[in-house]
Design a protein around this ligand. Structure first.
Ligand SMILES: Cc1cc2nc3c(=O)[nH]c(=O)nc-3n(C[C@H](O)[C@H](O)[C@H](O)COP(=O)(O)OP(=O)(O)OC[C@H]3O[C@@H](n4cnc5c(N)ncnc54)[C@H](O)[C@@H]3O)c2cc1C
Length: 371
């Protein structure tokens, strides 16, 4: 009988691992908390070589061309003048296109949404997931691909190891290309644009449309504004429309109208006109607090962590998806090489631990100027 593997989390990291392990002949099932699916919720991603390797692996190399290329980098001053210009072409792929490709490849009857895992426990020789509705499901191996707030993580690293807030957050907007004011579009489109100020910066670039479209007129402008917040301030930033404080981020519908208004007012006060316009035209911005996390170990007793469940790297690295792809390859290779699950898990950890930790450290170095 093939090894039964349950993967918690059906985002990119979970799907990468699920697809590779399924194609290698294992009995793989994915359990995802989201009820309505994750389609249409991503933006652009800077693809690294692991992502191209992943696309080649599944025979979808052509998707690497579904990106929007920024020809150059420009740096603006407060008045909006270009003070530096560098020829540095860079392509943004669509997170959604990548997600959809893997979602379509992985058998639908093995991917279940609306499954909120609350705990993992050992049962005989196996490991069991416990869901919020009280049901349980048994497997030989469990893979925690459940992101920064992983419920699986404590079973591997204990209860005292958590992501640490680094002192700043990103506000983001995704504006349909046609909704961008003309002046902002002229300054910002087809390039990576930056504006830096003490303790803060904003950057922006075009990404594919929500449906993956890369045709001019159907793309989206993605801006990312890094801002510093103290501990008490970030709790207030992460408070949703109903007064609940979220641990990591707020999605667009959760951001209170007052918070969006105050962001717009700050944009007019602090940013060059083109960026101020791009921020103000976004009525539904969303926010992510930035965290560092390095798991002290990635595996324990029939359980492995992959992607952001194991290591959270700051967004400056643009390596979150590539890191998850690297983990998935290593996991598949380890299970193919070792019949004994414990040996496979140990090999996986040996192969990835230092690499993933270095990605986190790289993010710390890149972000130090903002702290
Ligand atoms: C909707 C969405 C859009 C994103 N868009 C982008 C983008 O445009 N560009 C980019 O570079 N990165 C994006 N990311 C982040 C990127 O996917 C991750 O940083 C990185 O690839 C690591 O992925 P991951 O699968 O480890 O974690 P995540 O992508 O965070 O996925 C974790 C998954 O686990 C699920 N989950 C969490 N807890 C439980 C639980 N208890 N039970 C069951 N399931 C659970 C979550 O619902 C989520 O689907 C996005 C993530 C998500 C979820």
């Amino acid at each position: 009988m093939p090894l039964r593997i349950l993967i918690v989390g059906g985002s990119i990291g979970g799907l990468f691992a699920a697809t590779l392990l399924h194609r290698a002949g294992f009995d793989v099932r994915v359990r995802e908390r989201s009820v309505h699916g994750l389609e249409g919720r991503g933006a652009g991603l800077v693809a690294q070589q692991e992502v191209f390797a992943m696309l080649r692996e599944i025979g979808r190399d052509h998707l690497a061309h579904f990106g929007v290329t920024a020809r150059e980098r420009i740096y603006l001053d407060r008045a909006g003048e270009v003070i530096q210009r560098h020829h540095m072409p860079q392509t943004q792929l669509s997170w959604d296109v990548l997600f959809r490709a893997f979602r379509e490849l992985f058998p639908a009857d093995r991917y279940e949404g609306g499954r909120n895992v609350v705990d993992v426990e050992h049962q005989g020789a196996g490991v069991a997931l416990r869901y919020a509705d009280g049901t349980r499901e048994l497997a030989d191996v469990i893979i925690g691909a459940d992101g920064i707030g992983s419920q699986i993580r404590p079973a591997v690293v204990g209860s005292g190891s958590h992501p640490s807030y680094v002192g700043y957050a990103t506000w983001r907007g995704l504006v349909p290309e046609q909704a961008m004011p003309k002046r902002a579009a002229q300054t910002l489109f087809e390039r990576f644009a930056f504006y830096e100020m003490p303790g803060s910066h904003i950057l922006g670039y075009l990404v594919p449309g929500a449906d993956g479209s890369i045709e001019p007129g159907y793309r989206r402008y993605n801006w990312v504004w890094y801002r510093r917040y103290s501990g008490p301030e970030i709790a207030s930033v992460l408070t949703d429309t109903e007064g609940r404080v979220h641990p990591f981020s707020l999605a667009p519908p959760q951001v209170a109208r007052d918070a969006a208004h105050s962001l717009h007012a700050d944009a007019v006060r602090l940013l060059p006109p083109a960026f101020a316009e791009a921020v103000c035209v976004e009525l539904r911005p969303f926010v992510h607090a930035i965290f560092d996390y390095s798991a002290p170990r990635m595996v324990a007793n029939g359980i492995a962590l992959v992607g952001d469940a194991a290591f959270v790297a700051r967004p400056h690295t643009a390596m979150g998806v590539a890191k998850a792809a690297g983990d998935a390859f290593a996991l598949r290779d380890a299970f193919v090489r070792h019949e004994d699950p414990a040996a496979a898990l140990a090999a996986y950890e040996r192969g990835r631990f230092e690499i993933d930790r270095e990605v986190v450290n790289y993010g710390v170095r890149l972000g130090s100027a903002l702290e």
